[in-house]
Design a protein around this ligand. Structure first.
Ligand SMILES: [Zn+2]
Length: 300
């Protein structure tokens, strides 16, 4: 999807509603309250009415779009911008691109970005298989004070798992102790995985359990080793980390620990669909099927 294509296909609320209706109810419109399929369209209200319970609803009712005053073509434009920004896009940038320097409010753009981000979440996470690389990294935190008192503020730990040729997962972890690492391995890595590759950080030795495990010794400046025709390295998960860090530095500037999991979801959602031509439509599908995100919950 390109901007000109978007303008051609989704320039009116009606165009947008039509595709959202197909994505939300592929089997036919259904009352969100009583699941009845016998509904009629009230054109003056742009809503459906349920013949059973008389509930009036639109395709946006009970979705991420709920209670939005923004025109749907603006929503669609924001979705496309976030889908196409490999390293993410800040709410400031989105505001400038859509409304210009002096129009629109930052708060609207910020809430808009967060709601789209809330939809960019994997509902199903199949276990990773084959060759899986795992590593941990630290993001955020800044230098505080100066001279002898200078210190680094607490950084947040991100655990990364990536199946070679497959999916990437990021998690915001409380710590990088072996028990925590073991939990992420248990929940994400298939028990009959070919091999799990990590660096020589000692906690992994206790975390892997029965999983076949190989390490690459970064402290000895070893980054890639070939063993029985297999490439032992954690380079592909590390390249995903560097994309994440460039996103945090360049687009989002600073993100709070509270919102970090949502950014990680956004990053992995986009990354795992980077070769798919339906990224935009798939994001729209998530937007009409994911749980809504209220402003109150976001700012709680
Ligand atoms: Zn009903």
């Amino acid at each position: 999807m390109t901007l000109p294509e978007l303008n051609r296909s989704f320039s009116t609320d009606e165009d947008c509603r039509e595709i959202l209706t197909r994505l939300r109810w592929p089997e036919g419109v259904e009352c969100p309250r009583c699941r009845n399929r016998n509904v009629w369209w009230v054109d003056s209200r742009k809503q459906f009415t349920c013949s059973e319970c008389s509930y009036q609803f639109s395709v946006m009712t009970g979705t991420i779009f709920n209670d939005s005053h923004l025109a749907l073509p603006i929503w669609f434009m924001a979705v496309l911008l976030l889908c196409e920004a490999k390293k993410g896009m800040s709410a400031h940038q989105l505001k400038r691109t859509i409304w210009g320097q002096h129009k629109g409010s930052y708060k609207t753009a910020w809430y808009l970005c967060h709601r789209i981000r809330a939809a960019m979440k994997e509902v199903e996470k199949p276990m990773l298989d084959g060759t899986v690389e795992m590593d941990e990294t630290y993001v955020g935190g800044k230098m505080r004070g100066c001279g002898q008192k200078a210190g680094i503020e607490a950084k947040e730990i991100v655990i990364g798992l990536r199946q070679r040729g497959g999916d990437l997962r990021f998690f915001h972890a409380d710590d990088a102790k072996s028990g925590t690492l073991a939990k992420y391995i248990r929940e994400n890595v298939s028990t009959d995985v070919e091999v799990l590759i990590t660096d020589t950080y000692p906690a992994y030795k206790y975390a892997v359990g029965d999983v076949a495990h190989k390490t690459v010794n970064h402290s000895a400046k070893e980054y890639v080793r070939y063993e029985d025709g297999n490439c032992v390295s954690t380079n592909t998960v590390e390249s995903a980390f560097s994309l994440l860090k460039r996103g945090i530095m360049g687009s989002w500037h600073k993100i709070s620990a509270k919102h970090l999991p949502a950014y990680l979801d956004e990053m992995t959602f986009r990354f795992n669909r980077r070769k798919r031509s339906d990224l935009f439509v798939d994001t729209l599908r998530h937007m009409v099927t994911a749980d809504p995100l209220t402003f109150e919950r976001l700012t709680a």
